[in-house]
Ligand binder design. Structure first.
Ligand SMILES: Nc1ncnc2c1ncn2[C@@H]1O[C@H](COP(=O)(O)OP(=O)(O)OP(=O)(O)O)[C@@H](O)[C@H]1O
Ligand SMILES: [Mg+2]
Length: 176
């Protein structure tokens, strides 16, 4: 299976260090604590939910180095969706699935948050064994993927890319 050209362009863009590479509409945020990153995640999610087609899963690809805040951002998404349990990194199990609770976001008809960490996949195809194609086809799902580069051939066209950068101990730059 070859990579979708639209996904390829965005992925290449997100891998570059240059800021000018994202579309004119890309926004750059700086956060100064994990809490700020979580709050930002809720705000970004609300915008995406408002603007995204309702017939597909909402897919977010979180790119960036180890410790740059991808899991922390996902915890903010979970909070915004009213998920109460602890959202730990699924690095070793690859995927967690949560039932959305009392979402704080208007117009959210999504029922599930699927959190995937592709870091430890030895082969991209392994993601398919987890039912990935069904997951991204189901309009009830919000799918958040850490290390999406590992499964680039399987990312759907509607994937939204976000880029995380470690600035210092408490500061992160997030491009969305
Ligand atoms: N502004 C900030 N935004 C996000 N996290 C921050 C910030 N400042 C400090 N931190 C801390 O940085 C760490 C970020 O870790 P996190 O697990 O979210 O990174 P990650 O990108 O998911 O890493 P990995 O690639 O290993 O999964 C957390 O311990 C968090 O508390
Ligand atoms: Mg993580």
């Amino acid at each position: 299976m070859s990579i979708n050209p639209h996904v390829e362009k965005n992925l290449k863009c997100a891998q570059k260090k240059s800021v000018g590479c994202f579309s004119m509409r890309a926004r750059i945020f700086n956060t100064f604590s994990a809490q700020e990153t979580q709050k930002l995640a809720g705000d970004i999610l609300a915008g995406l939910i408002k603007d995204s087609p309702k017939d597909k899963a909402l897919v977010l690809a979180l790119m960036g180095d180890l410790g740059s805040g991808k899991t922390t951002f996902t915890q903010g998404i979970a909070k915004a969706l009213g998920i109460l349990g602890r959202v730990a990194s699924p690095t070793f199990v690859l995927m967690h699935r949560f039932k959305n609770q009392k979402s704080k976001i208007e117009q959210s008809n999504y029922n599930f948050l699927i959190h995937i960490d592709a870091y430890r996949l030895s082969k991209p195809e392994e993601i398919l064994e987890l039912g990935f194609q069904e997951i991204i086809s189901d309009p009830k799902n919000i799918v958040v993927i850490e290390w999406p580069e590992k499964i680039k051939n399987f990312l759907p066209k509607q994937t939204h890319f976000l880029k995380f950068k470690f600035i210092n101990e408490t500061q992160r730059e997030i491009k969305a």
